[in-house]
Design a protein around this ligand. Structure first.
Ligand code: G3P
Ligand code: MG
Length: 231
């Protein structure tokens, strides 16, 4: 199974920083990060809507200009919030990039930025229409499937796969609980999708995902990368 570093592996490194991307890259096949637009229009890599949880600043990212964002430090480090373009510079092109769209107006711009680089890029989102826009601009796309809105038992796997097919996705990224508690992995494979599960947090989860036949696993801990690769 392919190990995918979630936000650059926050178990070891400050999430979504160049330090995290640079240091987790040698351990994994792909890095997952979150793209949103800041107040002055640039694309930055940041998970939350607001600065408060992970930086020494406060405020809404989408309302904060880059000059102010760059003054914020990620807590416990001297690291700045990175720009999307810096990701391509610090991650070797042999390592893939899973760019999750956290804003609703960035699909085309993210796809066009990726096209200028050699990395294999997968654009992912919980919003099918954003994936359709990315696919139209030439991206390979993955539909994220949540666990919060319904329990796995109530989740309509067939309908979710229909949505992924209608929006030209090459893979689906179900929450770990969906992979373990529904038939989504086998059903997705039968329909030609790759399956990458998010986010495994223990060796036992990784083993159970392997038994299910998952193709890739999003991990928080770089030390789990070798477990994903083990036959
Ligand atoms: O790759 C899936 C995962 O990143 C989605 O959740 O909230 O960590 O961005 P989140
Ligand atoms: Mg994400």
């Amino acid at each position: 199974m392919r190990p995918i570093a979630h936000r650059g592996c926050p178990a070891q490194y400050p999430e979504n920083t160049l330090e995290a991307f640079r240091n987790s890259a040698p351990a994994v096949d792909m890095i997952e990060t979150d793209v949103r637009r800041c107040g002055s229009g640039e694309l930055v890599l940041f998970h939350d809507e607001t600065l408060d949880r992970v930086t020494d600043a406060t405020g809404v990212v989408a309302e904060t200009p880059l000059s102010e964002l760059r003054e914020a430090s990620v807590l416990g480090t001297g690291e700045q919030i990175p720009l999307l373009r810096e990701l391509f510079e610090v991650v070797p092109s042999a390592v893939g990039l899973n760019l999750e769209l956290k804003a609703r107006d960035v699909a085309r711009e993210v796809t066009e930025a990726a096209a200028d680089h050699d990395h294999d890029v997968l654009v992912s989102s919980f919003h099918p229409s954003d994936l359709a826009a990315a696919a139209e601009a030439g991206a390979e796309t993955a539909l994220l499937l949540p666990s919060e809105e319904t329990t796995p038992a109530e989740f309509d796997v067939g309908a979710a796969l229909d949505v992924a097919a209608e929006h030209a996705c090459s893979s689906v990224h179900p929450h770990v609980s969906l992979c373990l508690e529904t038939d989504i992995v086998a059903d997705a494979h039968a329909r030609g999708f790759d399956v990458n599960a998010w986010t495994a947090t223990s060796a036992s989860e990784i083993e159970r995902l392997r038994d299910r036949g998952v193709d890739g696993v999003v991990i928080d801990d770089c030390e789990h990368a070798a477990l994903c690769r083990d036959a």
